[in-house]
Design a protein around this ligand. Structure first.
Ligand SMILES: [Fe+2]
Ligand SMILES: [Fe+2]
Length: 205
């Protein structure tokens, strides 16, 4: 446990449920309807995966609900947030804005909601994965992909099936069939954290 986690860990489940409802109301007014429904869907899938794999379901629900809190910020808002919060941009952040929403979202989760470091990390890495993913990292990574508002393609069906049996296999499949081909098709850099996540899963299998 980290010192910064102490506030969140002192909350009762009833207090976390109140927090969940308050954040839902807040996001409903701030987000587009589609993003709000995606956030609720991710929260629901995070709950299901947490129950299946023995993780704290309220923590997973809160993390799923908040994971895209920074997704609708403009380029200017991201840059301003980085300056105001003395955060560092790496070479990916500068050219692939989508990579920023995990970083900024994790920082908001820390400062505004006092989420634990583990919950912050699951938000930080939800788009790329990373080496040594925690159970909560895996739950949020997958819940984001397989939630019910996503179009149910054949490929997604495969991720859903694998997620029920083995989260590592589901993540590996997603990286190999979605993340890497998409980056190649768009001639974009592949984030090293996705490669680290992939190598780490293969090494352990
Ligand atoms: Fe996201
Ligand atoms: Fe998302």
């Amino acid at each position: 446990m980290q010192v910064e986690d102490s506030y969140f860990l002192s909350l009762s489940n009833q207090e976390k449920e109140v927090m969940l409802e308050n954040i839902k109301q807040e996001l409903k007014t701030k987000m587009t309807e589609a993003r709000y429904r995606h956030s609720l869907g991710t929260m629901q899938k995070a709950k299901e995966l947490a129950e299946l794999y023995g993780e704290d379901s309220l923590n997973a629900m809160l993390t799923g609900l908040v994971h895209d809190i920074a997704k609708e910020m403009t380029k200017e808002e991201y840059f301003l947030y980085f300056v105001q919060n003395k955060m560092q941009m790496d070479e990916f952040d500068k050219v692939q804005l989508v990579a920023l929403h995990g970083k900024v979202g994790a920082d908001i989760a820390k400062k505004k909601y006092h989420f634990t470091k583990e919950m912050q990390d699951a938000i930080f890495y939800h788009t790329t994965g990373r080496a040594n993913m925690t159970k909560l990292d895996k739950i949020i990574f997958l819940a984001d992909k397989i939630e019910d508002t996503r179009e149910n393609t054949e490929g997604l069906q495969q991720v859903k099936e694998l997620a029920k049996r083995d989260m590592d296999e589901a993540i590996l499949w997603d990286i190999d069939h979605f993340i890497i081909p998409k980056m190649i098709a768009q001639r974009k850099m592949i984030h090293p954290n996705s490669i680290f996540a992939r190598n780490d899963i293969i090494k352990r299998k």
